[in-house]
Design a binder for this molecule. Sequence first.
Ligand code: SF4
Length: 306
Amino acid sequence: MKHRYNQYSSYIKNKYGQRVQKIPVDAGFTCPNRDGTLSVGGCIYCNNSSFSRRLLSPLTLSEQIKIGIEVAKKKYKVDKFFIYFQSFTNTYACLDYLKEIYQTALAFEGVVGLCIGTRPDCIDKEKLDFLEDLTEKFDITIEYGLESVYDLTLSKINRGHNFQAFENAINLTLNRNIQICTHIILGFPWESSRQWIETAKILSKYPIDFLKVHNLHVVRETKLFEIFQESPFKTLGAEEYLEIIIEFLENLNPQIIIQRLLSDTPIDLLISPRWEIKNSTFLNNLLIEMSKRNTYQGRLYENIPS
Ligand code: SF4
């Protein structure tokens, strides 16, 4: 039942023989979609309060890593770590600064790699050359936020880039031994379930190593919340999302490793949907249902050259 889809935890266990804990850090970046370069409002689902709360955090990068590793060692009894540059756009700075912070992170004992979250329009050849050099000793994953494969949606959510920007970033990153992860969101109210299944087929054509799928959450203090208050729209219930995810996985390239299938928003910030089940129960139900149907990731995948 464990292998109904290509799970990241199994991949890591096979590769390292153990769990490798991600240590999320905030290295003080901002985002061109917030600092006025592209816009000041940001993506409509992006939470403003986490942005301003962050500015109150007094911890240096090294302090965050040190504390994160200590906590992970106690909680999970692990001794290998990825430092996860998660907050905002973690390649949005000059190369010298990036070198300094990435090397600071890699110098900690037990750190075996970096996961770097960014936008597809915030990468260039020089930065990738540097990351490629790091792959000689470390696992380097770059996470390109895409959120939708549809330009109409990218415009509606104020991403400030189109699908072509994603394709350009993938082409720049290819064949460098850097692993590629992407994020998408399923559930925008103007998209249809057919479009979400089509999303799986489109993503399957790209050399993506890892995928994070998020179900749309309406979160407090976002533009999306304002829209929702003015004119409430339907968000996906657990049963409906389960059906969508099964079909999504069936159509997805079986080689793509799944890092996430659900959003995880603090309950005090989450407006909708409010499920009655926990994410862990949902994931368990998903495996049970896929097993009952004797289906699996890639069952309907057709390898059609683009
Ligand atoms: S979601 Fe990411 S790209 Fe969009 S505004 Fe927030 S930090 Fe910037």
